[in-house]
Design a protein around this ligand. Structure first.
Ligand SMILES: NC(=O)c1ccc[n+]([C@@H]2O[C@H](COP(=O)([O-])OP(=O)(O)OC[C@H]3O[C@@H](n4cnc5c(N)ncnc54)[C@H](OP(=O)(O)O)[C@@H]3O)[C@@H](O)[C@H]2O)c1
Length: 270
């Protein structure tokens, strides 16, 4: 079992949200600021970041997370500009659509893998030693239902998200006896550009969403609803936040082999 650490104290904390220019990241930044945090916003689109930063009293930090050179040293630049980071929320991602005869382009493939998988890993690499030295810190990574369920047209996107999710589950175990908390957030369907784009570019995904809506299995949430659920989960100290919660059994099923291995690891330290 994963030991629960203290719930996140939003008031007065410095939180970094990547992917804050729109969608869930934008709503999360507002939600965290509303709970008393100072928020640093990261994305490529300078204007929406600045508008949001002005409205919540945060800091805009334009960065392309698919560019190794821009990710290099990013944690140090953020901490120099806005102080020690209490929570990093790795929310930025790019959608990739693949078809049997039309794979995602070479450029999109690099951008997607770098943004969805490399950037959360590299920012974690930069931040963990700083958080360990300070004796506190939270790192949050985001996965998707497409990281658990193998969906045609989402092979690359789902693959990048599965990698980020697996990385996070193992990282939780590496950080178990340290003051650094690692949280996995998994979303179902949230009404954002990414979701609309997936339906527009993949008729199959639009049809699946339509079927799911008809049986009422998975409600499509607004970004604000998703952000509020995530903030509640973080405040409660959950190590995994599944939104909507009815999808949690899928996450638990995926965890079974790792939970069995936890028994094998009893008494051993990384
Ligand atoms: N919406 C859903 O139904 C759903 C479901 C499951 C999981 N998720 C996950 O939830 C998270 C948020 O998704 P969303 O639906 O809010 O997506 P979205 O509306 O498309 O927003 C994506 C955000 O990521 C930023 N971003 C993309 N590429 C970037 C790059 N190279 N460097 C820096 N920032 C970059 C975008 O800003 P710029 O374009 O300005 O850079 C934007 O702020 C993602 O991790 C996604 O995989 C969403």
């Amino acid at each position: 079992m994963i030991r629960r650490k203290r719930g996140f104290q939003f008031s007065g904390a410095h939180v970094v949200v990547t992917g804050a220019s729109r969608g869930i990241g934008h709503a999360l930044a507002r939600e965290f600021a509303g709970r008393g945090s100072r928020v640093t916003l990261v994305a490529r689109s300078e204007r929406p970041l600045q508008v949001l930063a002005d409205s919540i009293g945060g800091t805009a930090m334009r960065s392309d997370l698919s560019d190794v050179n821009e990710v290099r040293g990013l944690v140090a630049r953020i901490e120099d500009a806005a102080g020690p980071i209490d929570m990093l929320f790795n929310g930025a991602a790019q959608l990739l659509i693949d078809r049997p005869r039309e794979r995602a382009s070479a450029t999109d493939l690099v951008c997607g893998v770098m943004t969805n998988t490399y950037a959360p890993m590299e920012l974690t690499r930069q931040l963990v030693p700083r958080m360990l030295a300070r004796g506190t810190g939270t790192i949050v990574n985001v996965t998707s239902l497409a990281s658990i369920v193998a969906v045609p047209t989402l092979s690359t996107y789902g693959g990048t998200k599965a990698a980020a999710g697996h990385f996070t589950s193992a990282l939780q175990r590496e950080m178990r006896r340290t003051p650094v908390r690692v949280v996995l957030v998994q979303f179902g369907q949230v009404e954002t550009d990414l979701a609309a784009d997936s339906h527009r570019r993949s008729p199959l995904l639009a049809a699946v969403a339509d079927r799911i809506a008809k049986i009422g299995f998975m409600p499509e949430l607004t970004p604000e609803q998703a952000a509020s659920s995530v903030a509640d989960g973080l405040a409660c100290g959950r190590s995994t936040v599944v939104v909507p919660r009815r999808l949690a059994p899928l996450h638990h099923m995926r965890e079974i082999p790792s939970l069995i291995n936890d028994l094998v690891l009893i008494g051993l330290r990384p």
